[in-house]
Write a protein that binds this ligand. Structure first.
Ligand SMILES: Nc1ncnc2c1ncn2[C@@H]1O[C@H](COP(=O)(O)OP(=O)(O)OP(=O)(O)O)[C@@H](O)[C@H]1O
Ligand SMILES: [Mg+2]
Length: 386
């Protein structure tokens, strides 16, 4: 049985860690074997739960990634290669400490570990507290972009190094990776593809955390579009820090009114996704008890661990490609074809889709974006001219 994987993302500070920890606490209390992990190295999960990593409650396990240790395990061969390349140029070798400073490295390691946990077969539910919006997105898009590069442009080893560091990238062409590095690169690549499969698979979904503020809402909308672009399935929105109305002084009444307007807007933007509301509590919800009540309030009667029924955003048929881009307008979306690839751009995000053989040789006869769904129609014939 594959575990149910729940990812929490959203803008910085909106309550991702709180929502993730509350969900995990609730899962464990309902008898599900639960693992909670973070892709960011700030150890806020342990702070929120007010525990040390490990078995933190019956059935609830908190895993903290030890970046340095994992790096040595996963990327040992790679470091060797990076060292070799830099050595050739007469530069100091790059140390593993330096590699971890590079953007994205820690999250990638955390995701590789996540895949190992998912494989273990020990967990019913895996909850992932993701890094703030943009970072998570870039990260989630990485394996696929990498796959494209790996397949088409450069030998694996070089590509992987490129992923590691723009600096190393600029010098990587001076050296050809040896056999052992190629295989390390391939291993890493395969690992990342498996992570992607896990996170876009039938058992995984993303929960988008927001607070009812216009700036946050605007970003959440873009996040939804881009998550969908990359094939991730969002199954719920969590509106955190909602002021209770009633008995209000002028200050609170104004906030409550503004928030309820924004919540109404959010409902429109995100329909048909459910919006789970968490009240602004009188104190920080720290510790298992407080988090369990947040969990109860957040999900009410609904079952947060049930299978989701969200369709994969990308669907291919004999003569059509359909990609859900909720919230995207015509001005945001761009489509380009390059040989057997389709390049879809939504705002600042881009996805390169390798067309399946059946479509790759056909002409595109039409493309339209309607109600947040991009539809690309291919000619019925098998050969294409232009
Ligand atoms: N509903 C709430 N009521 C009161 N305080 C809350 C609520 N939700 C979260 N907090 C508090 O707000 C702070 C930020 O929450 P949290 O750490 O969960 O946000 P985050 O999105 O994970 O932040 P980051 O982007 O830094 O990871 C914490 O101190 C948390 O205890
Ligand atoms: Mg956090």
């Amino acid at each position: 049985m594959s575990p149910r994987v729940l990812l929490f993302t959203g803008k910085g500070g909106v309550g991702k860690t709180t929502a993730a920890a509350a969900t995990a606490t609730l899962a464990a209390r309902r008898g599900l074997k639960t693992l909670i992990v973070s892709t960011d190295t700030a150890h806020s999960l342990a702070d929120a739960l007010d525990v040390e990593p490990g078995e933190v409650a019956p059935g609830l396990h908190l895993h903290q990634v030890d970046t340095q240790k994992s790096l040595e395990r996963h990327w040992g061969d790679l470091q060797q290669y990076a060292r070799g390349v830099l050595g050739e140029l007469g530069l100091d070798e790059i140390t593993s400490e330096e590699i971890t400073v590079l953007p994205g490295a820690e999250e990638i390691i955390a995701l590789l570990e996540l895949r190992e946990h998912a494989r273990e077969g020990r967990w019913d539910v895996i909850v992932v507290d993701c890094a703030p919006t943009a970072e998570t997105l870039r990260l989630l898009a990485l394996p696929e972009a990498l796959d494209w590069h790996v397949g088409r442009l450069l030998p694996v080893g070089r590509r992987i190094v490129r992923l590691v560091s723009p600096f190393v990238r600029s010098v990587a062409h001076v050296s050809t990776p040896g056999e052992e590095v190629m295989s390390a690169g391939e291993r890493l690549h395969r690992g990342l593809m498996e992570v992607r499969e896990l996170l876009t698979g039938d058992h995984a979904s993303v929960r988008l955390v927001l607070t009812p503020e216009s700036v946050v809402l605007a970003e959440a909308r873009r996040t939804l579009t881009s998550l969908s672009l990359y094939g991730y399935r969002v199954d719920a929105v969590i509106a955190n820090r909602v002021f209770p109305s009633g008995g209000a002084d002028e200050w609170r009444a104004q906030w409550a009114a503004a928030q309820s307007r924004l919540l109404a807007e959010a409902e429109q933007s995100f329909a048909p996704l459910p919006i789970h509301v968490v009240p602004y509590l009188p104190a920080e919800p720290v510790g298992k008890e407080a988090l369990a009540s947040v969990g109860e309030a957040m999900y009410g009667e609904s079952d947060p661990f049930a299978a989701h029924d969200v369709e994969p955003p990308l669907r291919l048929s004999a003569d059509e490609l359909v990609l859900a881009l909720p919230g995207a307008g015509r001005a945001d979306v761009d489509l380009a074809r390059k040989g057997d690839e389709l390049i879809v751009t939504a705002g600042p995000y881009r996805r390169i889709l390798a067309l399946p053989a059946a479509l790759a040789r056909r002409k595109i006869t039409g493309a339209a974006l309607r109600d947040g769904v991009l539809r690309v129609v291919f000619s019925p014939g098998s050969e294409s001219g232009a």
